[in-house]
Design a protein around this ligand. Structure first.
Ligand code: APR
Length: 314
């Protein structure tokens, strides 16, 4: 619409609050609806005092969810529990799968045309869960459901810039695959500006990017997982979706229904965003032999994650 509405589900959480702060500063947003099971009036009152134009409203509890998402152009979902040390993202499945299923069931009714950006982990499974719920409701459009993997890109860009002494804000690194462990595949052969890495650098940087979330989980020592960097990544991705809606095509890596790689239904690659969400899947491009090995290794793991999500809804 000409006055875009963004609904943020899980708005009171560790990610939700700083993400709401960043979205309140996005000039493309006219209405920002904050939904959570707790604390949204306080967060909304606080954000509403910021002198930007986005109008902030609060919705609390499942009875207000329909109104929160009604007419939304974009729904961003960081609702759910985060990791503690020793946990993988998949360990969150039992709690978060049901949360995503129930939220998306209401989106299917109240805002079936919304672009849905899912942050709730395990993203490799929660995106298929959302898709299955939308299919059941008869409103599925594979171009409109996204797993937010932008933090993997943000991290890869930060780490590469740091290692090579580049300007981080001008460094781009595609990261493809999924959003957990070995499914995260940084394409160091496609870094811009063109950058040469030694084998040793590649073999150190790759696992660091893959395990960067765990670095934060361990440093937070039980207090949760990445919130501030995830909020930044979520805001950057939401802004890209909104620019796409306006017809300003732009490219982002995102975990979507894709035929970019054989044998797996969902895969993150660079995608072109436009008025309908995914306009074009740009694919993996030219990869090194090492990167091809990483892709091959990721496929079976990703398939397990996808099947687990699909089975949960069925
Ligand atoms: N509906 C709406 N909000 C919910 C629901 C629900 N059914 N269940 C939980 N929430 C809210 C919580 O009330 C809380 O405000 O989600 C928020 C989650 O915040 P945190 O516990 O601080 O977790 P956070 O660090 O923000 O991570 C959230 O994002 O990156 C992922 O792995 C992470 O899955 C986790 C999610």
């Amino acid at each position: 619409s000409s006055s875009p509405k963004v609904a943020l589900l899980g708005a009171s959480g560790g990610i939700g609050q700083p993400l709401g702060l960043l979205l309140k500063q996005d000039k493309l947003i006219a209405n920002l609806a904050l939904y959570d099971v707790v604390n949204t009036p306080g967060v909304a009152a606080d954000l509403s005092h910021i002198d930007t134009n986005a109008k902030v409203s609060a919705y609390t509890g499942s009875g207000e969810l329909h109104a929160a998402v009604e007419g939304a152009d974009v729904v961003v979902i960081p609702a759910g529990v985060p990791r503690k040390p020793g946990m993988t993202r998949d360990d969150l499945f039992n709690t978060n799968a049901g949360i995503v299923r129930d939220l998306v069931a209401v989106i299917a009714k109240a805002s079936p045309k919304a672009l849905i950006a899912i942050i709730t982990n395990p993203v490799n499974s929660t995106v298929p869960i959302a898709s299955e719920v939308l299919k059941k409701a008869g409103v599925y459009d594979k171009r409109r459901v996204f797993g937010v993997t932008t933090l993997d890109v943000v991290r890869a860009q930060a780490f590469v810039a740091e290692l090579k002494g580049l300007d981080a804000s001008k460094t781009t690194v595609p990261v493809i695959g999924g959003h957990a462990g070995i499914t995260i595949i940084p394409l160091l052969s496609q870094v811009k500006p063109a950058t040469k890495f030694t084998d040793d650098e590649i073999k150190k940087l790759t696992p660091r990017i893959q395990d960067a979330g765990t670095e934060v989980v361990n440093a937070k020592a039980g207090a949760g997982s990445a919130t501030l960097s995830m909020a930044l990544a979520g805001a950057r991705f939401t802004n890209a979706l909104l620019r796409g809606l306006k017809g300003e095509n732009n490219v982002q890596c995102s975990y979507v229904a894709s035929d970019a790689v054989k044998g797996v239904e969902y895969f993150s690659t660079p995608v072109e965003l436009g008025p309908n969400g995914v306009e074009k899947i740009l694919g993996v491009g030219k990869v090194s032999a090492y990167e091809q090995q990483l892709i091959d290794a990721a496929v079976s793991e990703l398939n397990k994650n996808v099947q687990k999500g699909v089975a949960f809804v069925k």
